[in-house]
Design a binder for this molecule. Structure first.
Ligand SMILES: NC(=O)c1ccc[n+]([C@@H]2O[C@H](COP(=O)([O-])OP(=O)(O)OC[C@H]3O[C@@H](n4cnc5c(N)ncnc54)[C@H](OP(=O)(O)O)[C@@H]3O)[C@@H](O)[C@H]2O)c1
Length: 301
């Protein structure tokens, strides 16, 4: 199969398409023909060598595709079904024509492979983080990175719980943030004042998905870090804020399925910034590294 195989970790140009062995589905796994792979900030780090993965490596931590074959213990009826989920291995990932997975959900009719792939990591992490905040209908939540994959999923799940959302993003993304149901507030100096002006009755909780040093401002708005979670700021402990890390043990395909159903019903927006053929994986990585993608970046193997 064709795959973007990393033989040594480093700058984006290490992502080179070559032939690689097609994986076999093991017990509990499906073999999926990948039709779309989301490109994530974590993959920028992985490609640069931060995760100390073993080379040769095929990265890509979310996918959408069609089940080609199943391993022992998996219902044969899944063959031919459209699924989205997580590859089981960080080095047998979705920047490839095929990947193997035991954690996936079926894709409802009417949802594209691009939208499905773009929803997996965002919906899962957003739902887990929101669960930690114990939000109640009528409360007000600040979400930073509201224009991003995780942030826009958090905004939409919170709105479905009748929570009022202030969405922090760049000015250029204000219309998108408004379109998914949040009140847009621009990041940059003066953020505390702008959030207070947008939420005159106060803010109950905050979810940081930007990881750009906004925690002190959010603590100031809330008065304490008690109802704050960050998915992205490694300085969380210094500010008394909970960091929520996703890993293979806590991935949940149910919020992914929920988001995909809402897409099918026309009640959820997954914004695609740009799609690239697999051969342009390096270019896709350069775009994601800017931190301002204008929507999810997708690779089409
Ligand atoms: N904890 C976990 O398990 C976990 C899992 C997945 C991802 N993550 C992390 O979550 C973060 C978001 O991932 P993503 O996929 O949602 O990324 P993304 O789609 O690229 O979104 C990034 C967001 O950050 C905002 N942003 C960029 N620069 C900013 C700045 N200087 N100040 C304020 N906001 C800024 C962008 O807003 P504008 O473009 O509108 O400025 C955008 O909304 C990444 O750091 C990623 O590593 C963590």
């Amino acid at each position: 199969m064709k795959a973007a195989v990393i033989t040594s970790f480093g700058n984006p140009s290490v992502l080179r398409v070559s032939d690689a062995p097609r994986p076999d589905p093991g017990r509990g796994q499906v073999l999926a023909r990948v039709h779309a792979a989301g490109v994530n900030p974590a993959e920028i780090l992985a490609r640069a060598g931060a995760f100390h993965l073993q080379a040769p490596a095929i990265i890509g931590f979310e996918f959408a595709g069609v089940v080609e074959a199943v391993g022992p213990g998996v219902d044969e009826d899944l063959v031919g079904k459209r699924v989205a989920g997580w590859p089981d291995s960080a080095t047998q990932g979705s920047y490839a024509e095929y990947t193997v997975s035991s954690n996936y959900t079926t894709i409802p009719d009417g949802v594209s492979f691009e939208d499905a792939a773009a929803t997996v990591i965002g919906a899962d992490n957003a739902a887990r983080a929101l669960g930690l905040l114990h939000l109640r209908a009528g409360e007000t939540l600040v979400v930073t990175g509201a224009s991003g994959a995780l942030g826009s999923a958090a905004v939409q799940f919170a709105r479905h719980q009748d929570v009022t959302v202030i969405g922090v993003a760049s000015e250029a993304n204000a219309d998108f943030v408004r379109s998914i149901g949040a009140t847009p507030v621009a990041h940059g100096p003066g953020l505390v004042g702008r959030i207070r002006a947008a939420a005159p009755s106060g803010v109950d909780a905050a979810l940081d998905t930007a990881g750009k040093g906004l925690l002190p401002d959010l603590v100031e708005v809330l008065g304490s870090p008690d109802r704050m979670v960050t998915l992205a700021d490694r300085d969380a402990a210094r500010h008394g804020v909970e960091f929520s890390a996703g890993h293979s043990g806590n991935r949940d395909h149910r919020p992914v399925r929920k988001a995909l159903e809402l897409i099918a019903a026309g009640e959820w927006t997954t914004r695609i910034g740009r799609s690239f053929p697999l051969a342009d994986a390096a270019e896709a990585h350069r775009l994601v590294a800017t931190g301002h993608t204008g929507g999810k970046v997708i690779l089409i193997p």
